[in-house]
Design a protein around this ligand. Structure first.
Ligand code: GDP
Ligand code: MG
Length: 318
């Protein structure tokens, strides 16, 4: 895969225009509580993205659950081209009788960012615009059932109609008892790391999730795949084929022989975050901060923000 930030690979002229002012990229994670969102964000900032600055410290209750939106910023740089990355971690939902109260604030936050940008855009001076419009929202799906829960469907519909929604299967290393049994058989027969991949690709929920997403009319991000460069086309294809991305989160360093990796230690071995045979963490990171960052930014501007703006203009006429 090509290295570096995707925007640096833009055609020259466009690159010059964009690189003058740099780019801003805002990523949000959401989903039920306890499914690994905060761990994923921390993992992202310990593998590939350095020196994050935490703006809002997490307010933790005794349960250590994230109870308010937490923002982490970092700067990515490549060939003198800067990207200001903002990651928004949200409180989980799913613990309450009335879950609407827990996920509505997240949906409102997305609308608020569009609203606030629209307000600032209409001001005569545009210097110092604060723009927290979300370019990609990762929706974490718990790997326990065989399909999406009604709550997931409801929230994903809301999010997908507002921003680029990317479904993620959380905790790819935890499998149902059947999958685990299958996995163990694979381990003893084939041995080693490939077994986990075999389990993941045969995980029944993976194709079912996409089926439900399509049947329910949930809008998810789909990127352009065709490119003049054959290599880029095949990279794009490989990345999109992995949707919904199965991820493993961990900030723990584990030594395997002479390698040190981020992963989760089990009696049968290590589930490695950055091993493509174990999960799609790397593919998702490539999509977000390299290959499709520019597409995520421009579709946010041209599709999602534009549709918000038009709807608002229509309703305000009356
Ligand atoms: P959040 O509520 O969605 O932010 O979830 P957290 O990131 O706080 O994680 C909840 C629990 O799941 C913690 O005990 C994590 O260590 C664990 N966890 C997070 N990611 C993974 C993963 O990929 N695999 C496994 N097995 N556990 C995970
Ligand atoms: Mg959390």
């Amino acid at each position: 895969l090509p290295d570096g930030v995707g925007i640096a690979h833009l055609p020259n002229q466009r690159h010059k225009i964009v690189s003058k002012r740099g780019a801003k990229f805002t990523l949000m994670v959401c989903g039920e509580s306890g499914c690994g969102k905060s761990t994923y964000v921390n993992t992202l900032f310990t593998s590939g993205i350095k020196d994050p600055k935490k703006l809002h410290l997490r307010h933790t209750k005794q349960t250590e659950k994230t109870v308010e939106i937490e923002i982490t910023k970092a700067e990515l740089e490549e060939k003198n081209f800067k990207v200001k990355l903002t990651v928004i971690d949200t409180p989980g939902f799913g613990d309450y009788v009335n879950n609407r109260d827990s996920w509505m604030p997240i949906v409102e936050f997305l609308d608020d960012q569009h609203e606030s940008f629209m307000g600032q855009e209409q001001q005569p001076t545009r210097a110092g615009i604060i723009d927290l419009r979300v370019h990609a929202c990762l929706y974490f799906i718990r790997p326990n059932g065989h399909t999406l829960k009604p709550l997931d469907i409801e929230v994903m519909k809301q999010i997908g109609s507002r921003v680029n929604l990317i479904p993620v299967i959380a905790k790819a290393d935890t499998l149902t008892p059947q999958d685990l049994a299958k996995f163990k058989r694979n381990v003893s027969r084939k041995g080693g790391e490939r077994a986990l991949l075999i389990c993941l690709t045969h995980h029944p929920s993976i194709t079912q999730i996409l089926d439900v997403i399509h049947a329910q009319g949930i809008q998810i991000y789909s990127c352009p795949i065709e490119s003049d460069d054959e290599e880029v086309t095949s990279t794009n294809q490989r990345i999109m084929d992995a949707m919904p991305f199965a991820v493993i989160g961990s900030t723990e360093d584990i030594t395997i022989g002479d390698r040190t990796v981020k992963g989760r230690q089990y009696s049968w071995g290590v589930a490695e975050v950055e091993n493509e045979d174990h999960c799609d963490f790397k593919k998702l990171r490539t999509l977000l901060i390299r290959s499709h960052m520019h597409d995520l930014i421009s579709t946010t501007e041209e599709t999602h923000y534009e549709s918000y703006r038009q709807t608002q203009m229509e309703t305000r006429k009356f």
